[in-house]
Write a protein of this length. Structure first.
Length: 223
């Protein structure tokens, strides 16, 4: 997690920037410096000492890179939509996401049920109504879980609305790299909220990363 999380964020930031530069967008020296500082900030904030003894694998690195490219691809897709489309692209994206995730959840649930009936080891996190499962039998949607999931959906949708609004706020082609880099600073928000809400103590490198993220944000705004 300490390596893969910042790696994903770095790919999410760099992919749209590279695409914008390939299209002919010229970044000012201040913007280039701000992008570099932002990437360093993400790595410092998201990188936490791993005490679990887990080892980094090639499969994990590749998965993190693919995920980061996917996040960057979302920004590119929103940028490709016409400004007059409003929230229609977001609705289409959410419908498609619901269909794909629903199909994946159905497959996992069916496989877990078959494993339980055959006496095999089912996944506790994916099994519903199975003895030893993380979800109590007969309670498919506990109220607290339902509220939490609903809140996640609202915040995620709001974030995507803000991303699309930022991309179409200006006709300047430089808006794409700026928005993509600022979007990739999401680990900073997570870490800060963890410190405020969960009272988690931030390390010195994380404080440095937060400061660099603020500097990078100001630099991108001025660029």
């Amino acid at each position: 997690m300490s390596v893969l999380s910042p790696l994903t964020a770095v790919f999410a930031a760099v992919v749209p920037v590279l695409v914008a530069v390939a299209r002919g967008t010229v970044l000012s020296p201040l913007a280039v410096a701000a992008v570099v500082v932002a990437v360093v900030a993400v790595v410092l904030v998201a990188a936490v000492r791993d005490t679990s003894g887990g080892r980094l694998t090639v499969r994990g690195v590749v998965a993190a890179a693919v995920a980061g490219c996917g996040f960057g691809g979302i920004v590119l897709a929103y940028d490709a939509t016409p400004p007059g489309a409003g929230i229609h692209p977001l609705v289409v994206a959410r419908v498609l996401q619901t269909v794909l995730l629903g199909a994946a959840a159905l497959v996992v649930t069916v496989r877990a049920g078959r494993g339980a009936r055959s006496g095999g080891a089912a996944d506790p996190a994916a099994s519903v109504g199975v003895p030893g499962s993380a979800v109590p039998p007969g309670r498919w949607w506990p109220p607290r879980l339902l509220l939490t999931v609903a809140a996640c959906g609202v915040l995620d949708a709001l974030a995507n609305v803000c991303i699309q609004a930022g991309l179409h706020a200006s006709d300047d082609p430089g808006a794409l790299p700026v928005v993509s880099v600022l979007n990739a600073l999401y680990p900073i928000g997570t870490v800060v909220l963890a410190g405020v809400v969960l009272r988690e103590r931030l390390t010195a490198p994380q404080w440095v990363g937060i400061a660099l993220a603020f500097i990078a944000s100001v630099g991108l705004a001025l660029a």
